[in-house]
Design a protein around this ligand. Structure first.
Ligand code: HEC
Ligand code: HEC
Length: 163
């Protein structure tokens, strides 16, 4: 009798330990507690907010409106935002977050922001000092820009896609 009770008890104990369902915690619940899913970056909303913030000052130089302008000093503030959207983000196939921590637009947290400044300088050198000196081109004032190389990619292609 005693042996039978011990046997049943051991069996039940083994059952509770082995049954996965009794100890199962849904993975989603754990992840949600540890690191909540970050809210997706809304580029259109970020741009709309910035345009609202600079309302009435779009034609002032970027330096007068923004905090940390080193390259595009004479660019009108409104135009700077268009450059950010079309010239930088779209031509590289990225969003603002590639170079910025959203809302901290003036900070230098991301090295890509500095790279972009040096890329702008490189583009100026190509346009001002090199391209202009090539004789017999079709255009009077030939230029390259970010899209010329990047074409929607962070890393410009070296080869055409295979046919
Ligand atoms: C490829 C990198 C890159 C991308 C992408 C980019 N930016 Fe910028 N952004 C820069 C650089 C570089 C500067 C500083 C320009 C200068 O020094 O003249 C800047 C400056 C700014 C500033 C001025 C901040 C201040 O107060 O000094 C704002 C605002 C801004 N960006 C918004 C945006 C928004 C909005 C987007 C997305 C639509 C975006 N940027 C995408 C590189 C980038
Ligand atoms: C003559 C071609 C050329 C032009 C024009 C050009 N780039 Fe680049 N860019 C490159 C190359 C090449 C790289 C390096 C890619 C790699 O890592 O191998 C690069 C890399 C970058 C990166 C780093 C991307 C990353 O996160 O790895 C940024 C940011 C960038 N370019 C921004 C710009 C911007 C903004 C412009 C326009 C002002 C521009 N580039 C114009 C060729 C170019």
């Amino acid at each position: 009798m005693k042996a039978a009770i011990i046997l049943v008890f051991t069996f039940l104990l083994a059952l509770t330990l082995l049954l996965p369902s009794s100890r199962y915690v849904p993975e989603m619940a754990v992840t949600a507690q540890v690191s909540p899913t970050p809210v997706a970056f809304d580029q259109a909303a970020a741009l709309a907010k910035l345009r609202e913030q600079i309302k009435g000052r779009e034609n002032e130089p970027a330096t007068a409106v923004f905090k940390n302008i080193q390259t595009m000093k004479n660019t009108p503030a409104g135009r700077l935002l268009s450059v950010m959207e079309m010239g930088f983000a779209r031509s590289l196939g990225v969003t603002c977050t590639h170079c910025h921590v959203p809302e901290k637009w003036d900070s230098e947290d991301k090295p890509q922001k500095q790279i972009a400044r040096e890329m702008s300088a490189m583009v100026s050198t190509i346009n001002r000092d090199l391209l202009r000196n090539i004789k017999n081109l079709k255009s009077e004032a030939p230029i390259v820009n970010c899209t010329t190389c990047h074409r929607g990619e962070v890393k410009p292609a070296l080869n055409l896609p295979p046919k």
